[in-house]
Ligand binder design. Structure first.
Ligand code: GLN
Length: 191
């Protein structure tokens, strides 16, 4: 299975490293031709407003919308989670999100005074103990639909969710050297 990593902006390379460590074949996705090569897609962290803009400029916006609507498995981390959400609070008016998972997210939700923090999270279904999670100007989930499974929370706010073959995290699992969530995504994508 070829796993794409959206490579327009943001923390692309650490996802490639994590996926390759698990034996996956990866493709950097920057245009519709590259998107057509992959069976699943990781949307990295970075800046969701910039990524939304670059998706449009690279004529990737409609192609991505179509693939997601067609059920392509997707793993969105931080800004990637924002792109996959149904609704974005504190976003820019022209910021596109793709409704691949029935959640509303608030950008920069943990507040300016704590732009970044780290936490050990209990993630439902993840064997081997807590997951060390890095949050960088992170969003959290304000609303999760009935079909969404909340897998982890911080201060009562969902920060890791799954619906079908779409997995999202507020944090950067690719930055802590723990590949268990990537492994979980590869297993989901293969179902
Ligand atoms: N605050 C960023 C945004 O709104 C997300 C930060 C991140 O991906 N680390 O897109």
């Amino acid at each position: 299975m070829k796993i794409g990593v959206l490579a327009l902006q943001g923390a692309v390379e650490p996802h490639v490293v994590a996926l390759r460590a698990l034996g996956a074949t990866t493709v950097a996705v920057r245009n519709p031709t590259e998107l057509a090569l992959v069976e699943a897609l990781v949307l990295p962290g970075g800046e969701s407003t910039t990524m939304a803009k670059l998706l449009r400029l690279n004529e990737l916006e409609e192609a991505l919308a179509e693939r997601l609507a067609g059920g392509m498995p997707a793993f969105g981390t931080c800004a990637g989670m924002i792109l996959l959400a149904s609704g974005v609070l504190d976003g820019r008016a022209d910021q596109r999100s793709f409704s691949a998972i029935d959640i509303d997210v608030r950008r920069n939700a943990f507040g300016r005074q704590v732009d970044s923090f780290e936490a050990d999270l209990d993630v439902t279904g993840l064997a081997g103990g807590p997951l060390h999670a890095v949050f960088i100007r992170a969003p959290f989930v304000e609303r999760a639909g009935a079909d969404v499974e909340v897998l982890a929370t911080v201060g009562g706010h969902p920060v890791c969710c799954r619906q079908g073959r779409v997995l999202v995290t507020s944090f950067h699992p690719e930055l802590s050297g723990d590949v268990r969530l990537h492994q979980h995504f590869l297993e989901l994508a293969a179902t």
